[in-house]
Design a protein around this ligand. Sequence first.
Ligand SMILES: C[S@@+](CC[C@H](N)C(=O)[O-])C[C@H]1O[C@@H](n2cnc3c(N)ncnc32)[C@H](O)[C@@H]1O
Length: 238
Amino acid sequence: MTAWTLHQADALTTLTALPSGSVDATITDPPYNSGGRTPNDRTGASARDKYVSGDAKHQLPDFAGESRDQRGYLAWMTLILTQCLRATTTGGPLLLFTDWRQLNVNSDALQAAGWIWRGVVPWNKPIARPTPGGFRRSCEYILWASNGPVDATRNPIYLPGLFTCSQPRGNQRHHITQKPDELMDELVKICAPGGTVLDPFAGSGSTGVAALRSGRAFVGMEITEQYAAVARARLGAA
Ligand SMILES: C[S@@+](CC[C@H](N)C(=O)[O-])C[C@H]1O[C@@H](n2cnc3c(N)ncnc32)[C@H](O)[C@@H]1O
């Protein structure tokens, strides 16, 4: 079997063609459709406008999928997660990245899609900027769910409930919202050993790289051409 496949294509269209029960885990980091105080901020700004600070040194490309309003995002994520559930084997896990603004929408979407919600794992970023007059927004969140009962005999692991690490920097930075390799190396352990991990929003391929490094296979989708090319290069190297 090929260890990895990366479709440069729309996630929903491609997911509907995946055979049922063909992957062992879904681990994904969708566009957050977030990053703004008002609905206009959220739907009218690009990913770069929202998530890259003015003093950032990199010129990484923008990415698609950031302009839905809340109702559209909930409906779309429900459709996506319904297809992920169908493609994931019975008992298989879902890990879904989100931020504080979209935590409620994504927990609704995964349950509407038929997943059983199991918990929330904070990812603490130590170098997050201070917030004047309030709390530092230093966490993003990983929603954990399963396709029916968890079969712990298939994957007898005990994972932490909190992770602390920083976004990649310098020449390790390949994507505006890239997730750290050391975080992904821990998260892929939720997939049964030797299994296949699905990520319909692959970005620069961080989930897939961690899957391959741990002896698991990977199926990914990424709509933005430049990032699909980056993901293919990183997956090839892994
Ligand atoms: C939050 S980023 C993922 C970053 C990734 N975790 C990494 O570490 O590089 C979400 C990705 O989903 C992609 N995307 C947005 N809409 C999509 C769609 N309809 N189908 C497939 N990919 C899509 C974007 O281009 C973006 O690269």
